[in-house]
Write a protein that binds this ligand. Structure first.
Ligand SMILES: [Zn+2]
Ligand SMILES: [Zn+2]
Length: 163
C-alpha cells in the first residue's frame, strides 16, 4: 500500500512515486505465476479536483510461466502501462489515504497477459505417449519423429481442450 495522502488532500496536486511490488505472484485463469524479484512500479497520482484522480504509471514484472508445449518454466516480461481517471468512491484501489498499487498492477497485468509462451519458437514439445521432452532428443516411441508441424497441431488441440 502506497501512502498518497498529500496528493489526495491537495487539489490540482500531482505526485510521482516509485515503489517495489510486494506480491510475489500473479493469478491468471490457469493458476498462480511467480514474479521474479520485486519489480519497481512507477506511479503518478494527479488530483483533478471534484474527487477525480488520474492514475498513470508503468512496471515490467518478469513472470515465470510454463512453455505451452514442453511445460518448462520460461521467464516472460510483461509490459504493464496504465493511465485512467477514477473516483475514490468507485475504485477499490484507493482505500483511505492509501493506493493499493499491487492490486492495480495485478489487474492491469492481466490485460497484457500472453496468449501462450514458448521456450523457443521451434520447441518440439513432449511426447504424447511417454511425456519425454523431445527437445532432448527422440524417446523411442513410434510416432515421435520430432515434427514441429505436429507440435503446432497439438497446441491447437490443447488450447481447444482448455476452453
Ligand atoms: Zn518448450
Ligand atoms: Zn515417447
Amino acid at each position: 500500500m502506497l501512502d498518497i495522502k498529500d496528493v489526495l488532500l491537495t487539489e490540482n496536486g500531482k505526485s510521482s512515486y516509485k515503489t517495489d511490488m510486494e506480491r510475489t505472484s500473479l493469478s491468471y485463469r490457469t493458476g498462480d505465476f511467480p514474479v521474479e524479484g520485486h519489480p519497481v512500479i512507477e506511479v503518478t497520482v494527479e488530483n483533478k479536483g471534484d474527487r477525480k484522480f488520474r492514475l498513470s504509471g508503468c512496471t515490467a514484472p518478469v513472470i515465470r510461466i510454463p512453455c505451452a508445449r514442453c511445460l518448462k518454466p520460461v521467464l516472460y516480461r510483461l509490459d504493464v502501462r496504465f493511465d485512467f481517471e477514477t473516483d475514490p468512491d468507485e475504485t477499490t484501489y484507493i482505500d483511505g489515504y492509501y493506493l493499493d498499487v499491487d492490486q492495480l498492477i495485478h489487474d492491469e497485468a492481466l490485460l497484457v497477459w500472453p496468449e501462450r509462451v514458448l521456450c523457443r519458437e521451434d520447441c518440439k514439445g513432449l511426447c504424447s505417449v511417454c511425456g519425454h521432452d523431445l527437445n532432448d532428443g527422440p524417446c523411442g516411441c513410434e510416432h515421435t519423429q520430432a515434427d514441429p508441424r505436429m507440435a503446432k497441431i497439438l497446441d491447437i488441440f490443447n488450447n481447444f481442450k482448455e476452453v
